[in-house]
Design a protein around this ligand. Structure first.
Ligand code: AMP
Ligand code: MG
Length: 405
């Protein structure tokens, strides 16, 4: 059985970028930039007013002239361009975002001016540049605005739009398919017959995959039957870069995922990790035509599914997607109650997190078994309790991976 660290390394060393494609800004939200982009223009493109008011020569507002009376020359709404040059003693009415005419070097806000009979009076001195937004003060032409590997969110997309970029090259999203095994499963909404349970993992995996930036191409329930599993796995590999199976990967009589993977010629990279939960986790590399496809054999218990997704699948998908920040975020927290465990396997302990004055406290959930679903909703993070530990008293500092589900 390999260690958690080794398993993580083996998974992550498989992750290679799938490809690139050009998308329009409308379709770029959540995608990962695959190119460096520089602004083609300066932003703002021209000197403009930061307020609604009157563009003036600051010199005209000097104290000796109080109250300065300036002749109103014109009105300049946003979106129009005034070609004349402002001469001494003149003002131009400007709206926010309107170009500040040549000759003017300050804008008197409406609130500080009085307009009457074609004249504006101003009763304080304005500094040169006051209420004026300089051309290029936000971004210089040629400035780098996007770097490869970052996830494009509203601010990045806004920046691209403000620079006039309409399209961007992004990394291709990994395609993910899920196969949910188990003869005991029935679908939520159906009548629960004796001996059956509702399938929670389909819904869990759908949400997890969608939150990871990958594209979920299919999700199917399969019976614990070797032929059916081989067929379903083959079809899934055809459509997806990553296949997630749930259940059937342990040592029970109907645990057929390993055999099905072997039948399809997949190479086992590992099976079983010294961890709790998700000890039976399996990982394969297969061929789908000329390209690779990877199979994660996730255990059946919902807790194990969620935890192995956070620790292995999500980082793998992030790296496949071209992200640079693929490792789980790690914080240090203080246990608020003791944790007892057997030696030999690293334990992922579900904790709730609370921060006070820069110190994180980790409150272990009272039920930790992989079949327990109820405490997952209260879980903010997974505390990593090392394999060799058997007892951590209250107050022990532990590493915690905040969950992203
Ligand atoms: P297995 O590894 O297939 O033996 O599954 C381990 C445990 O997880 C069993 O108790 C299963 O009933 C349960 N389980 C498997 N698949 C699901 C699922 N989709 N939803 C909820 N529980 C499941
Ligand atoms: Mg099963």
């Amino acid at each position: 059985m390999i260690s958690y660290e080794e398993a993580r390394r083996l998974v992550m060393e498989q992750a290679k970028i799938i490809g690139r494609e050009k998308v329009s800004l409308e379709n770029a939200s959540g995608r990962v930039a695959a190119e460096e982009i520089r602004s083609k223009i300066q932003v703002p493109p021209f000197r403009n007013s930061a307020v609604d008011g009157y563009a003036v020569r600051s010199e005209d507002t000097k104290a000796e002239n109080f109250p300065a009376r300036l002749k109103l020359l014109a009105e300049q709404p946003a979106g129009e361009y005034f070609r004349k040059v402002l001469k001494p003693g003149q003002a131009v009415k400007v709206m926010t975002g309107a170009p500040v005419p040549a000759g003017a070097d300050a804008v008197v806000p409406v609130e500080e001016a009085k307009e009457q009979n074609g004249f504006v009076s101003v009763s304080r001195a304005f500094r040169p540049g006051e209420n004026v937004r300089e051309a290029g003060e936000d971004l210089a032409a040629g400035q780098v605005i996007i770097r490869p590997g970052i996830v494009l969110k509203a601010p990045h997309l806004g920046l691209l739009a403000a620079c006039g970029a309409a399209r961007i090259i992004v990394y291709k999203r990994p395609r993910v398919a899920a196969l949910i095994t188990g003869n005991e499963l029935c679908k939520p909404g159906e009548r629960l017959r004796p001996g059956k349970i509702y399938d929670a993992n389909s819904t869990i995996l759908r949400a997890l995959v969608e939150s990871s930036g990958a594209e979920l191409v299919s999700i199917k329930q399969v019976k614990d039957d070797l032929d059916a599993l081989v067929r379903a796995l083959k079809a899934a590999m055809k459509r997806a870069d990553v296949v997630l199976t749930s259940g059937g990967v342990s040592v029970g009589d109907y645990d057929l995922v390993k055999e099905a993977a072997r039948k399809l010629g997949a190479r086992e990279i590992f099976w079983q990790v010294a961890q709790k939960p998700a000890k039976p986790l399996a990982f394969y590399r297969a061929k789908a035509g000329r390209r690779p496809a990877w199979i994660f054999g996730l255990p059946g218990n919902p807790g194990a599914v969620m935890i192995s997704f956070e620790e292995y699948v999500r980082p793998f998908i992030k790296k496949l997607s071209g992200r640079r920040d693929f490792w789980p975020r790690e914080i240090e927290a203080v246990l608020t109650s003791a944790v007892k465990k057997k030696r030999g396997r690293l334990n992922f302990i579900r904790v709730r997190l609370e921060e006070t004055q820069g110190v994180w406290k980790a409150f272990p959930a009272d039920r930790q078994e992989s079949g327990i679903i109820s405490t997952l909703t209260e879980t903010d993070g997974l505390a990593l309790v090392p394999a060799e530990a058997d007892f951590l008293p209250e107050g022990t500092k532990v590493k915690v991976h905040p969950v992203e589900w």
